[in-house]
Design a protein. Sequence first.
Length: 374
Amino acid sequence: MSSTKILSKNKKEKYMKTKVALISALFAFSYSQAQEKPYTDVQMRNYSSKIDSIIVSEKAKMNDELDALDKTFKDNKFSSEEKQKQRTEVAKKYEQIINDKVDGQKAVLEEATRELVKNSVMGKGKVFDRVGFVQNNALLSFKDYKKTKKELLKGGDFNISFGFTNLTKSAGSLALGNSSEVIFGKSTSLVFEYRITRQLGKLTSPVFYRIGLGSRNDSYKLADSKVVVQQNDQISLDNFTAGNLRNSRISNNYITVPVDFVFVLNPKYTTEKNEKMLDNTKGNFRLTAGVYGGIRYLSQSQILYKNFEDHKVNYRENINDSVNNFLFGGKLSLGYGALNVFIKKDFTPIFNDNAKINNKYGIQIGLELLYVNF
């Protein structure tokens, strides 16, 4: 194998190792920003061009020396053995030069990676949403990127909310006492939602609209040791007589679609790239008014008791014909930062005429427990 082929093989292996390291770092830190692929592709090509230019430049110098050796050989100043020995020495010399320069570029990459890891471990608060490779006098560096204030005016969030629920006699009633047949404080509602928020109007507008998709589970604990009795497509509440009652509940589950309008009560403003806009990075008070619709997919009567033989029994029975399939209601909430207190009122009855229950309209009051922005 000729010295030129040896050089070509070695430099390609070194070059490929460097590219593997570069690509690995890129995938590790920028996969979540796939939409920026055109940006990173350009910088990757710039980096590759730098390595290619090193190889082409040094190889041209090597070829000049080899041509000079060939000319000397033709003048019969060296034997064939001496010529081959000198060609090998020249090839090894330029192989080392190329490898040293490629290693120099790889060292910059490794140093940037070490600094990135150090910042993350030491908790310096940097969030690397995107990694950019910038060619500047052969210097490879990471770009620290954060969302702009304009980008923060829209987004998506995942929300978990928990509330205490009760039943009222009418759609307009807001009574939260113990007059209903369920126990307020032990009856609960758990909601999981993914929501998309957009600003309504100009960048300075303090009004946002929000739409989402979620699930809601309402669990009503029955009062006075009552249980659900289902007969002939009807349900009623009756005393429990089969043992020692531990818990008796009605559980309703829905797929929901919330639509909200959010009003910032103390708007603050900022300027970015000569554009005035609402500053969504500052703490602000929010008033939210909205509606929600839902489709029921499961209702159950749940009874936990000990029978007369002192054995625990967990009894569940599906309820179908006594619960309405559709739900519609309104929401009002007040929030600051991640804290949000809400009240929800169902405008449609949860139970229909087949349910012998006095109060049929749901009401909730609670907190948003988790609010994660994307």
